[in-house]
Ligand binder design. Structure first.
Ligand SMILES: O=C(O)[C@H](O)[C@@H](O)[C@H](O)[C@H](O)COP(=O)(O)O
Length: 245
């Protein structure tokens, strides 16, 4: 069932990142205690990566070896390209903590197993999700989301086929309005399998999108409005991003 969004406002981006870090550790540790393992979907962007840097410094009682790690979207570039969300995540965190490599599920790069066939790479990620979820997208414990000023989340941009997708759980995007143009992204039906969906949003330029997302605008206009966790939807905002609420 979709819950009402919770809104948490902090003085600055450092404050929201630290609050999200602490709550993420608590949520994942609780899932590991209850089920033996936990799962998280990572996001790119400055706040998403700052959260990973913070986790490297303090991950409390989190058992890194019992954590499944996914990505909500990826720039379809070469594996070594600094634009790649996964590369940034390895640099900030994953190269420095004892994750189980078999539990880290990256989207393919443009020089990987599928070469430049972005549709095959997107299909392969859907297969990975179905394998891990026994035939359905896993019910992720936490799906983290950054957000652009026009309300995009993952690589779901306003008024695009990707944000309107209702069947496929992973799609390719070949003309992203924000570079790089080629991306792979989870769709809203996949995001919305998550127990918790948490937005990490800072800056006054995001205020209108945050207000639209929180008040339940049309997701074609504001893709952020279409993402909901089954147990919680939390907006971690700084004062600038909260200024239009
Ligand atoms: O290429 C992209 O699409 C961006 O990386 C984007 O998805 C990012 O996550 C958000 O724009 C939030 O970014 P900030 O956290 O830096 O505001």
């Amino acid at each position: 069932m979709t819950q009402t969004a919770q809104v948490e406002v902090f003085a600055d981006s450092a404050g929201l990142v630290e609050a999200a870090r602490a709550r993420l550790v608590d949520t994942l540790v609780a899932a590991q205690r209850d089920r033996g393992s936990a799962s998280v979907v990572l996001t790119g962007g400055s706040n998403g990566i700052a959260l990973l840097t913070a986790l490297r410094a303090d991950s409390g009682a989190l058992d890194w070896s019992a954590l499944d790690i996914y990505w909500g979207d990826e720039r379809f570039v070469a594996a070594a390209d600094d634009e790649r969300n996964a590369k940034q995540a390895f640099d900030a965190l994953l190269d420095h903590v004892p994750v189980d490599p078999a539990r880290v599920f990256e989207m393919a790069p443009s020089d990987g197993a599928f070469g430049d066939d972005i549709d095959a790479a997107a299909l392969a990620y859907a297969d990975t999700l179905f394998e891990q979820g026994d035939g359905a997208v896993p019910q992720f414990d936490v799906h983290l989301l950054g957000m652009g000023p026009e309300g995009h989340i993952n690589s779901l941009f306003p008024h695009t086929p990707a944000v309107a997708e209702t069947q496929k759980v992973v799609v390719s995007v070949s003309n992203s309005p924000k570079p790089p143009p080629q991306r792979i992204t989870l769709t809203l039906p996949a995001v919305n399998r998550s127990h918790h969906v948490w937005f990490l949003v800072a800056g006054e330029d995001k205020a209108q999108a945050a207000a639209a997302g929180i008040s339940g605008a049309d997701e074609a206009d504001w893709p952020c409005a279409g993402a909901h966790g089954r147990a919680s939807t939390v907006w971690f905002l700084d004062e600038g991003a909260a200024s239009a609420l």
